[in-house]
Design a binder for this molecule. Structure first.
Ligand SMILES: Nc1nc2c(ncn2[C@@H]2O[C@H](COP(=O)(O)OP(=O)(O)OP(=O)(O)O)[C@@H](O)[C@H]2O)c(=O)[nH]1
Length: 409
């Protein structure tokens, strides 16, 4: 049976299905490594331009399996056949022949949000982009890979890189996520250090500040902006005190208080970040809001739904992989008029007891997760979706290098 791929990618669609106006050129950046190649010349980037190539599949190649409607309650361990190869396909650049003129003084570049888990980085990323490109939850360490959201302004383009929360790692996964963040920080033009106003500046923040110091003082001299998040949760007095603590932690840095959920000062964060970008042409086509592969976005929507209402260690133990995504054939083997997609998703947990929680009594919880996730996926893809969720145990995957690799970390 041939492997199937996902539907053609809807470049620029966000997790809530919103899509900016279509781009009039066909440039696509490459997500491998932080820097995409610049469409308009590439002078600022080290990598040589890739040969022009067709759009890459946005769904990970996956192992075929028969469609099925219900949860799989077998307690299997992860093995070579269980997980498809790591899910983020390398993209490629397609260079447009007629690029629009870039206004004089146009700026473009990367900003990265960094901070402790749960500091509000993803929520702020979504607020700045104006749509949902990253999943959020009240559970710490929700973000597990770097997510790019793209802001298009008449005089500038800002690529926001939302990173996993920096923390003292307790597992190999935690270590890998920290390494990913530190590698990202070394490449961006400006760093937004998020410090939630409702929590005192603590040892975790001081540790992050120490990681940032060599970057801001090094050859690149990357500017650090202190972004005090969740200001709606504290009184004015508490906020004033917090701002003083932050200014002491990061002497000389711009400090911007913001409430992403309340929409207060989001424009100021944007203005300050844009002010630190170098001059240069846009890197992404107009209208592109994210370069997340579709299969990753689908898996993230399922994980976001599954995170609802679970406690303790379970959020950390949950991993989600899209195994297969493809059009459901009509009865005669041709194409269905409604374009329905079959989407097969595997949820991994670390222990049998966790599996029971995720599935729920008689499969009730998994059904709820499926209903919520399906709504999000249908909004994203714009077609009806048959969503097949299965739960498996991949014992201690967060600490197992082989399993981590199979899960894309
Ligand atoms: N009241 C309030 N809540 C916020 C604000 N920003 C984020 N939150 C909440 O804080 C929680 C964590 O937000 P995220 O954006 O997921 O935090 P994060 O820093 O990306 O978290 P990790 O992925 O764990 O690193 C969520 O429940 C958000 O709704 C804000 O401005 N005000």
């Amino acid at each position: 049976m041939p492997r199937r791929r996902g539907p053609p990618g809807p470049g620029g669609r966000a997790l809530d299905g919103r899509r900016a106006p279509a781009a009039d050129d066909a440039r696509r950046p490459a997500p491998a490594g932080l820097r995409p190649r610049r469409a308009g010349g590439g002078a600022r980037h080290v990598r040589p331009p890739a040969p022009a190539a067709p759009r890459v599949p946005r769904a990970a190649p996956v192992s075929p399996r028969p469609p099925s409607g219900g949860p799989d309650d077998r307690a299997d361990d992860l093995d070579d056949d269980d997980v498809p190869p790591p899910g983020v396909p390398a993209s490629a650049v397609v260079t447009g022949s007629s690029l629009p003129a870039v206004p004089e003084g146009y700026r473009s570049g990367f900003a990265c949000f960094v901070g402790r888990p749960n500091a509000g980085k993803s929520t702020l990323t979504n607020a700045l982009v104006g749509t949902k490109v990253a999943i959020t939850s009240s559970r710490p360490q929700t973000t597990r890979h770097t997510v790019r959201g793209i802001l298009h302004r008449p005089q500038a383009q800002l690529v926001l890189v939302d990173t996993p929360g920096l923390h003292r790692p307790r597992t190999l996964l935690g270590q890998r996520l920290n390494d990913l963040v530190l590698a990202t920080l070394a490449e961006v033009d400006v760093i937004g250090f998020c410090l939630p106003a409702d929590q005192p500046v603590g040892p975790g923040d001081r540790w992050i500040a120490a990681q940032l110091q060599p970057l801001s003082e090094g050859r690149r001299g990357t500017p650090v902006v202190a972004v005090v998040t969740k200001t709606d949760l504290v009184t004015r007095d508490r906020l004033a005190q917090h701002l003083v603590e932050v200014a002491e932690l990061l002497p000389g840095a711009d400090v911007v208080p913001v409430s992403a959920t309340g929409g207060q000062q989001v424009d100021v964060v944007e203005e300050v970040l844009l002010g630190h970008l170098p001059e240069g042409p846009p890197m992404y086509p107009d209208g592109e809001l994210t370069d997340e592969p579709e299969a990753v976005m689908v898996a993230e929507l399922v994980r976001e739904a599954a995170l609802e209402g679970v406690r303790d260690e379970l959020p950390h133990s949950l991993a989600v992989v899209v195994e297969e995504m493809g059009p459901r054939p009509a009865a005669d083997g041709g194409e269905r008029a409604d374009g329905m997609l079959d989407v097969h998703v595997q949820l991994f947990v670390e222990r049998d007891s966790q599996k029971g929680i995720v599935i729920g009594k008689g499969g009730s919880r998994l059904r709820e997760v499926g209903t919520q996730a399906r709504a999000g996926i249908e909004a994203l893809l714009g077609v009806p979706v048959f969503l097949d969720l299965r739960v498996k145990v991949a014992k201690d995957w967060q600490r197992d290098p082989r399993k981590l690799q199979r899960l894309g970390f």
